[in-house]
Design a binder for this molecule. Structure first.
Ligand code: ADP
Length: 449
């Protein structure tokens, strides 16, 4: 069922039930009140007449007495268990006289139905002038009250039905109000699906309700999706472009080998070397791509206590042995200084900067650690080619390389710093890059402890 119909149905059913309960309670309350009051009136009347009767000392003609008190639409009767009962009926209620008489030992007041008509009945014990105990009984029609109740019933049913009309109208207006933005959202979504383009909802500026908020969130989500989509597109085209070059190199060397490799041993060695180095580059590139494709939540941090000085010394030692480059380590931190971090990932982060310092400088690399403003600072300083100030903001972008030709020779893919940026984000490390072209680059890593 459509949401609009659901809202209509539920509101209508709910309001109908509510109105029904309300009007039913009103009817029951009123009918009880009216019928009780009718019965009470008959009872009081009977009591009054019985009191008059009890004061009589002699009575010649009982029937005449009763005639004086007969109700307009009913019957008055004296039921004497010893003798025959005497009853007088009003001209409209002649059939009542056919009703069988009943003797009661106490007071009785009730409602009864005779010949499909409702009556109030009261019976009082009386003492006849002769000393016999009898019943004075009055039966009075309450059809007028019943008729009034019937009218009340019709009025209440009509009111219920009439009240449902505005309920229906307002539920329709309400459902329209709620559904309009939703249907427009669905329409936009279908358009997006069909056209493959990112579209936004046109929002009413005046309203600031939840639906407007939902529309804004939807538009914001589309913005995000579009930027992500653009990034992905860029990334895929960059990645395929980056992989194309080594593949072409491998392909051309392989075909060269196929043609003349066996005859020319020099060419053989050169080709194998080129294929090998390109294969390594491709492996590194795909490894970095895979790391970058990971979402922040998938990084799985393993936090442990790390002694900063020891950690830096080990890292530098491993790096120096692998690349045979001299790195000077200076520290202002005295004693064992510990901080909580993911050791492997921090090492990976430092390696990226050390690797860049190695690739883009020939002179000595210096690493410096110190504590400043409640933060541990690791500085990686090189005296290499540096980066022009216009290029500085771009170097963290994926696949960005300042000098493409030169970097290819040094084996750079342009992914190192973007990976460093992600790693730093995951570790909560702030990175500052300071560089002057021709003088050198200083990387500062700020670690909270
Ligand atoms: P790559 O793999 O090419 O080194 P990076 O993302 O690590 O990619 O660096 C992006 C670019 O920034 C590099 O191509 C290089 O031009 C420049 N760069 C990075 N670090 C340094 C540095 N220490 N000295 C000079 N240039 C650097």
């Amino acid at each position: 069922m459509k949401l609009r119909n659901k809202i209509n149905l539920y509101t209508a059913v709910l309001f109908s039930i509510l109105l029904l309960i309300m009007n039913l309670s009103i009817y029951i309350l009123f009918s009880n009140l009216i019928l009780q009051s009718e019965t009470k009136t008959v009872k009081e009347e009977t009591e009054k007449i019985a009191a008059v009767f009890n004061q009589l000392t002699n009575m010649t003609e009982e029937r005449d007495f009763l005639r004086a008190y007969v109700p307009i639409d009913g019957m008055i009767r004296i039921v004497n268990p010893a003798l025959k009962s005497i009853s007088v009926t009003s001209p409209t209620e002649k059939e009542l006289s056919e009703k069988k008489d009943r003797y009661f030992s106490g007071e009785v007041s009730e409602r009864m139905i005779i010949n499909n008509r409702t009556y109030a009945f009261a019976s009082m014990p009386i003492i006849l002038p002769g000393g016999d105990v009898a019943n004075l009984q009055i039966t009075k029609s309450i059809e007028t009250a019943i008729g009034n109740l019937k009218i009340l019933r019709i009025v209440l049913i009509t009111v219920t039905l009439l009240a449902l009309i505005p309920v229906f109208i307002s539920s329709r207006i309400l459902s329209n109000l709620l559904i309009k933005p939703v249907t427009s959202m669905i329409k936009t979504m279908i358009e997006i699906k069909q056209s493959g383009q990112f579209k936004r909802l046109s929002l009413d500026k005046k309203s600031k309700d939840e639906l407007h908020e939902m529309g804004e969130t939807f538009n914001h989500m589309i913005d995000l999706l579009e930027t992500n989509f653009e990034k992905q597109k860029q990334f895929v085209s960059n990645a395929s472009h980056e992989l194309k070059t080594p593949l072409t190199v491998i392909e051309s060397y392989a075909s060269l080998l196929k043609r003349r490799g066996l005859q020319e041993p020099e060419l053989f060695a050169e080709s194998i070397e080129a294929i090998h180095s390109e294969a390594i580059r491709m492996r590194e590139l795909t490894e970095q791509l895979l790391l970058l494709a990971k979402h922040n939540e998938q990084w799985n941090l393993h936090i442990s206590k790390v002694n900063l000085n020891e950690f830096i010394k080990q890292t530098l030692h491993a790096f120096q042995s692998a690349y045979n480059r001299k790195i000077t380590y200076n520290t202002e931190i005295k004693g064992a200084f510990e901080l909580k971090t993911d050791e492997q990932k921090l090492k990976q982060l430092i390696y990226i900067f050390l690797d860049n310092a190695r690739k883009y400088s020939d002179k000595e690399i210096t690493v410096l650690t110190r504590i400043k403003d409640n933060q541990a600072v690791i500085q990686i300083i090189d005296q290499g080619i540096g980066i022009h100030k216009d290029e500085l903001p771009k170097v963290f972008d994926r696949f960005y390389r300042v000098d493409k030709a030169r970097n290819r020779k040094s084996g750079g893919s342009g992914l190192g710093l973007s990976l460093a940026k992600e790693l730093a984000e995951v570790l909560g490390v702030k990175v500052a890059l300071d560089s002057k072209e021709g003088i050198g680059t200083t990387v500062k890593l700020y670690l909270k402890y």
